[in-house]
Design a protein around this ligand. Sequence first.
Ligand code: S3P
Length: 178
Amino acid sequence: MNHNEEMFPYNIALIGFMGTGKSTLSKYLKEKYGMDIVEMDQEIADQEGMSIPDIFAAHGEEYFRNLETALLVRLQSRKNTVISCGGGVAMREENVCELKKNGYIVLLTASPQTIYERVKDSDDRPILNGNKNVEYIAELMEKRRKKYEAAADVVIRIDHKTAQQISEEMMRKLKELE
Ligand code: S3P
């Protein structure tokens, strides 16, 4: 596959809990297939000139959630793009509607233990700060589970898999949908 050749006439939105490797997988897809990627958190931080924790602290969660929705509306014109969503994006029905207009939604899932191992050393997730333990993560994942699953066209468990394995599984499952 040539790097600039368009692989998908649609977008691929990666959703799932914090720490499921959405950003890592998008970087892999960019390197391997030359796909465009949009890292939502990064885009919002750049746009606001502030880190995500600072946006939460200064303006509150609702403000951040509105920025997410506005960004998704702007991304409507894109295609062949991997959209690496913030972990809360699938909680709003209108966000899921935007993503489904011109893309497939891929849900990455992992055990609470795996998530904990991946998020424990970082302080850049305001939702988890002060609550970084397996019990809290398991509880929040369970609260969000139905919405994640309802939004997903494809589900991939990522525990103990490499980016390459996850990418191959995703490609196979997306082809089955076409
Ligand atoms: C959030 C997940 C974060 C970021 C924000 C809120 C959430 O993104 O958007 O801290 O509510 O799950 P990642 O999933 O990329 O960590």
